[in-house]
Design a protein around this ligand. Structure first.
Ligand code: ZN
Length: 292
């Protein structure tokens, strides 16, 4: 396993981690400059942040800073109640692939979607099996375009607590089953994003990481699971503050052939989003050395 204790060259910052600083929303261009000042070599920005800053300005800021993108957040949300909705999702995902290409991202991360309407507060049906079929079809269709562009797609299985509203793919095993169905040649065009927050509890995690191997392991996301967790979405912990054995999971991922960035992705309304961004970044760097 790589030694992270003496430097942070393999640290990437998911820009959601410092999108709010002292409770205020910060622009992506500010965030890029802050990361650059700290010697951070990679980020993973969100589409809405890129849209606010404009794609052109984001691409040139990233180029000027000499930064890499460990991923682009995010595509997905493939499910809908009718043809029109499915087509709209497909069109939007094609645009996400194109943006990821412009930004030269390592992959486009897919949060696949779940019961239509649930994220807006009211699920329009209870058909999780249908949602899963739509996800498979949606990824299959998008894969054609992504292959043409040379942009790998990374399915991110989410913790089961999000099965209703964000992602009906909840285990690494399920994500890899989809990969095997849609990309049986293990071409590198389709793989997974392993986020310790979503997967740490899974008794099959080690075996599934081994199954994935280098061609499927496209991204590795870190933060920590706090006890108690007070908010299902926005109470992620800083590495070292919770119960996840992150170095153990990193050792599995690296033994399986992953050699990319460890991307810090923390949504923390009550704590880190209230702190000054420079303090959050300094802590990410320190914990990346000690607890990743
Ligand atoms: Zn993640």
């Amino acid at each position: 396993m790589r030694d992270f204790s003496t430097g942070h060259e393999w640290l990437s910052i998911n820009t959601a981690t410092i999108r709010q600083q002292q409770g205020e929303e910060r622009s992506l261009l500010d965030i890029i400059a802050q990361c650059d000042r700290r010697g951070i070599r990679a980020i993973s920005p969100w589409r809405d942040q890129v849209a606010s800053a404009t794609l052109t300005a984001t691409a040139s800021a990233i180029r000027a800073a000499g930064m890499a993108l460990s991923g682009y957040c995010r595509g997905g949300m493939f499910t809908a109640t009718g043809e029109e909705g499915l087509q709209a999702a497909h069109d939007d995902n094609r645009r996400a692939v194109d943006e990821a290409c412009t930004l030269n991202a390592a992959c486009l991360v897919l949060v696949v979607g779940a019961l239509p309407g649930a994220l807006q507060g009211q699920a329009l049906n209870k058909d999780l099996q249908l949602a899963r079929r739509q996800v498979e079809d949606g990824i299959g269709q998008l894969l054609d375009h992504a292959r043409e562009c040379g942009m790998p797609l990374a399915i991110e299985p989410l913790h089961p607590m999000y099965a209703a509203d964000r992602a009906c793919v909840n285990t690494l095993e399920h994500a890899l089953d989809l990969c095997d169905t849609l990309d049986p040649d293990r071409s590198g065009a389709l793989g997974v994003a392993v986020d310790v927050y979503h997967t740490w509890w899974d008794p099959k995690l080690e075996a599934q990481i081994r199954r994935a191997g280098a061609p499927r392991l496209l991204a590795f996301h870190v933060c920590d699971w706090l006890t108690p967790t007070t908010d299902l979405l926005n109470d992620r912990g800083m590495m070292g503050d919770g119960v996840i054995d992150i170095p153990l999971i990193r050792s599995w991922v690296e033994d399986a052939g992953f050699a990319g960035y460890s991307e810090v992705e923390i949504f923390s309304k009550a704590n880190w989003w209230k702190q000054p961004g420079d303090k959050t970044l300094a802590t990410c760097i320190e914990r990346h050395r000690q607890s990743v």
